[in-house]
Design a protein around this ligand. Structure first.
Ligand SMILES: Cc1cc2nc3c(=O)[nH]c(=O)nc-3n(C[C@H](O)[C@H](O)[C@H](O)COP(=O)(O)O)c2cc1C
Length: 193
C-alpha cells in the first residue's frame, strides 16, 4: 500500500510535523510504504493559468511538480498536513493543489479520471491553527475537499486543531497526537479515521 505524504509547514519541529510523525507511525505499523515530501524544500511555482493543461491534462511548467504528479497518480493513500495560514492552507501546499488543475482537466474535460486501484484511494488531512477561529478549519477543509475530488480520492477524513500556536504546543493537547496516530492507522486499514 503506497502512501504519499505531503507536508505543508515550513516550521521545523512544528505542530503539524508532530502530528504528521504520529500519523505516519500509525500508517507504517499497518504496512504502508511511505513517501514523504517536505514541500517547503521543493521548487514549486504557482499555477500560471496558461491553459497548457487544458487539452492534454499535462502541466507545461518544469519544476518539482514533475516529481509529484506520478506519485499522486500512483498512490493508494494520501496524507496532507498543513498549518492554517490566513484561514487557509499554507502557500506551500496551495501551490501543489493549484498545480493539480492538470488532473482537474484530465478528469473533467478529458473524461479520464485517475483509475481506482483495488485498494481504493483514500485521503487524510491534518491541520493546526494558532487561533480559536473555526473559519480556518472550514476554509482549509473546503480547499482540500476540492483537491481530493480532482485527484480522484473519493473518501477522506479531516483532523483539525485550533489554539496551538507556539512550536510544539500541540503536545499539550489531551488527544491530538493519539488521534493522529489512530487516523494514520485507519487511513491504511480502513474505517472512519
Ligand atoms: C503567516 C501565518 C498565518 C497564520 N494564520 C493563521 C490563521 O489564519 N488562523 C490560525 O488559527 N492560525 C494562524 N497562524 C498560526 C499557525 O497556524 C500556528 O502557529 C500553527 O501551529 C503552525 O503550525 P506548524 O507549527 O505546523 O507550522 C498563522 C501563522 C502564520 C506564520
Amino acid at each position: 500500500m503506497r502512501l504519499l505524504a505531503l507536508h505543508g509547514s515550513p516550521r521545523k519541529g512544528g505542530n503539524t510535523e508532530l502530528l504528521l510523525q504520529e500519523a505516519l507511525r500509525g500508517a507504517q505499523e499497518e504496512g504502508a510504504q511511505v513517501e514523504l515530501l517536505l514541500l517547503n524544500e521543493l521548487d514549486i511555482r504557482g499555477c500560471q493559468d496558461c491553459g497548457g493543461c487544458t487539452e492534454t491534462g499535462q502541466c507545461v511548467i518544469q519544476d518539482d511538480m514533475e516529481l509529484i504528479y506520478p506519485l499522486i497518480r500512483s498512490c493508494h493513500r494520501i496524507l496532507l498536513t498543513s498549518p492554517i495560514f490566513f484561514l487557509g492552507v499554507s502557500a506551500q501546499l496551495k501551490a501543489v493543489v493549484d498545480r493539480c488543475q492538470a488532473f482537474w482537466c484530465e478528469k473533467y474535460l478529458l473524461k479520464r479520471p485517475i483509475p481506482q486501484p483495488p485498494e481504493g484511494r483514500r485521503g487524510l488531512f491534518i491541520t493546526v491553527g494558532g487561533m480559536h477561529w473555526a473559519e480556518g478549519l472550514k476554509c482549509s477543509e473546503a480547499t482540500v475537499r476540492a483537491f481530493f475530488r480532482s485527484i480522484s480520492v473519493p473518501e477522506h477524513h479531516c483532523l483539525g486543531y485550533l489554539g496551538a500556536d507556539a512550536l510544539g504546543a500541540i503536545r499539550q493537547h489531551p488527544t491530538a497526537l493519539k488521534e493522529a496516530y489512530e487516523a494514520g492507522k485507519k487511513l491504511v486499514k480502513g474505517g472512519k479515521g
